[in-house]
Ligand binder design. Structure first.
Ligand code: HEC
Length: 144
């Protein structure tokens, strides 16, 4: 009996270790080789009139085929469940050093068109307005 209890405890502990290893935040600074948006878009910012609440809904559940948090993580640190297996890793929005050159327009360009050769696919189902909404949420609530 005692032995089986110990085995059970061991099994639970190792499962916990594995799941936390997979759900860890992405590194900071994070290597970033993402292509740069065309200048006209790179300097564009329409987040002022965007709806952050809707942006949060898109990030956490509404985006199709998959919510952003599945890869980028609830906190935006790149620690989403699906992100662990990806190479390169999902962007860690909480990492200032990596995000300093990532403008709202740059984000818009990648969300709309994807980052070729990475797990970041284009989100064709999001309207432009919705993309600005999710950018506002990321920049104001997740980026520190
Ligand atoms: C299947 C996993 C996955 C999902 C879902 C996903 N992303 Fe990403 N995302 C990535 C990866 C991987 C990268 C890194 C791409 C690279 O290095 O170029 C990335 C990068 C980004 C970047 C950084 C662009 C840059 O120039 O550095 C932004 C912004 C972004 N994602 C926004 C989103 C938003 C918003 C959603 C939801 C609408 C989303 N992502 C959903 C995997 C994902």
């Amino acid at each position: 009996m005692k032995k089986s209890v110990m085995l059970l405890v061991f099994a639970v502990l190792s499962l916990f270790a594995v799941s936390t290893a997979f759900a860890g935040a992405a590194k900071c600074p994070q290597k970033r080789k993402t292509k740069k948006a065309p200048a006209s878009l790179y300097n564009k910012d329409k987040t002022k009139s965007a709806n952050k609440k809707n942006g949060k809904a898109i990030f956490t559940k509404k985006a199709k085929p998959m919510a952003c948090k599945m890869c980028h993580g609830d906190k935006g640190d790149g620690g989403g469940k699906l992100g662990a297996a990806l190479k390169p890793k999902p962007r860690n929005f909480t990492c200032k050093k990596t995000m300093k050159d990532v403008t709202p327009g740059q984000m818009f360009w990648i969300i709309k068109n994807g980052s070729k050769g990475t797990g970041m696919a284009p989100f064709k189902t999001l309207k432009d307005k919705e993309i600005w909404d999710v950018i506002k949420y990321i920049r104001e609530d997740l980026m520190k």
